[in-house]
Structure formats: structure tokens, C-alpha cells
Write a protein that binds this ligand. Structure first.
Ligand code: MN
Length: 242
């Protein structure tokens, strides 16, 4: 899977958004995708598939063990995909893309939870790497502008992620004002959703549900965060700037 093709999120939430097929794994025919002129896809009942991991299950063993990765991908993420497809059919909720779906107001709860679960995990797998990719000059500059330095960003991000009560996610996002910001969401919510405390374009999301780390780290979320932040693919994060 090419990194650049993985995840493109439009800066315009809810309108004319385009995502690469590898993220949405959409079963609809090509006629429902963005056409050659770049016009937005028609709203329809979407169906999704579990994306393949971009590396083997044991590839992140320096941060996350093989068993956790396998269960997380094959059981948890697959479960979100299955329940999302069911909920779309049951509620007849039409959308032109996963992002379009998640940005809707009054989202049915099952779509909020499972659509968020699908989006969040798809992004999570992609911004991790067995061999971490350091921030480019551009990315380093952006992080330094808004957080003082790359290390300053990691410190603030770790504090935010460590402060999530119960299950949730920590995010690095791009705001409408072109500033990077850190935010957190409970459960499987994400910053694309109207319920988010602060909306923005997710560049990087770290799962802080216990299922993401409990087998190795038990209650030590801070240790997990330290290790996982050493396995970031900053090229993939930067590509999500669009
Ligand atoms: Mn998870």
C-alpha cells in the first residue's frame, strides 16, 4: 500500500470529501466513487471492508506485541466494520464517503460508535511503522511552530493521551485556522464528528483503549504511550495534511 494513497481527508468537512479506496474499502461500484472530473461521489448506502495491515502482526513488537495486534485488528476492528455495515443498512443512512458519514449531525449511535471505530483504527494502523520515519523539515517546522519543538509536541500529546478517562483517543489535528492542535475524544468519537469538543482534520490518532496495550502494559498507559510514540510514521502523518 502506498502511503500517499492511504488517507486523504478533505479540508471541507461534510462536503465533497474524497478518501482513498484503501481506507474506505468500499464495495460500491466505481460509478459511486469520485469521477475523473473530481466531482463528489453520490450519497449512497456505503459498505466497508477491513483494510489489510500495512505490516505483519509482529512488526511493531518493540511497542505492541503480536497477540495484541492480531486481536486488535482481526477482532476489534473487524467487529466495528461488521457492525457499521449492519447499522448503515438498518438506518438507511446515505453518505458519499466515510468522512461524509461521520460529519453528519444526529448520527445514529451505532454509526457513531462503529463508523468512528473503523475510521480511527484505519488511521491508527497507517501512522505507525516498524521502522519509524522521523518528521521531515516541513513537519518539524509545523510542530515547532505550534508546540515549540517535536519533543514539546510529544510531551503535550502524552499528557493529553494520559489524561483520557476510560476509553478514547488522542489526536493531532489540523484546524480550519491552519494551526495544529491536540485533542482527545471519548470512546470511538473523533474530531470529524459534530459531537467532538474541537473539530478538525485528524492527522494522527493514538488508541488509548486498554485493549490497545493491556496484555503487555496492564495499567501502565504511560509506558505504552512512550513506546508507541517511538513508532510513528511521520511521513504518513504529514500526508494527511492533504
Ligand atoms: Mn482499538
Amino acid at each position: 500500500m502506498k502511503k500517499r494513497t492511504f488517507l486523504k481527508i478533505s479540508a471541507t468537512f461534510g462536503a465533497g470529501v474524497v478518501v482513498a479506496p484503501s481506507l474506505v474499502s468500499c464495495n460500491e461500484e466505481a460509478s459511486n466513487d469520485t469521477d475523473a472530473t473530481g466531482e463528489a461521489a453520490a450519497a449512497t448506502l456505503l459498505s466497508f471492508e477491513l483494510p489489510k495491515l500495512p505490516y505483519p502482526y509482529d512488526a511493531l513488537v518493540a511497542a505492541v506485541d503480536e497477540e495484541t495486534m492480531t486481536i486488535h485488528h482481526q477482532k476489534h476492528h473487524q467487529g466495528y466494520v461488521n457492525k457499521l455495515n449492519k447499522a448503515i443498512q438498518e438506518t438507511k443512512t446515505e453518505a458519499s464517503s466515510l468522512e461524509d458519514l461521520l460529519a453528519k449531525t444526529d448520527l445514529p449511535e451505532a454509526i457513531r460508535n462503529n463508523g468512528g471505530g473503523h475510521f480511527n483504527h484505519s488511521l491508527f494502523w497507517e501512522i505507525l511503522a516498524p521502522d519509524p520515519v522521523q518528521p521531515s523539515k516541513t513537519m518539524d517546522g509545523l510542530l515547532s511552530k505550534d508546540f515549540g519543538s517535536v519533543e514539546g509536541f510529544k510531551k503535550s500529546f502524552t499528557e493529553a493521551a494520559g489524561g483520557v478517562f476510560g476509553s478514547g483517543w488522542a489526536w493531532l489535528c489540523l484546524g480550519d485556522d491552519e494551526q495544529l492542535f491536540i485533542t482527545t475524544t471519548p470512546n470511538q468519537d473523533n474530531p470529524l464528528m459534530s459531537v467532538a469538543e474541537k473539530q478538525g482534520k485528524p492527522l494522527m490518532g493514538i488508541d488509548v483503549w486498554e485493549h490497545a496495550y493491556y496484555l503487555r502494559y496492564q495499567n501502565e498507559r504511560g509506558q505504552y504511550l512512550q513506546k508507541i510514540l517511538e513508532r510513528i510514521n511521520w511521513e504518513a502523518v504529514e500526508n494527511n495534511l492533504g
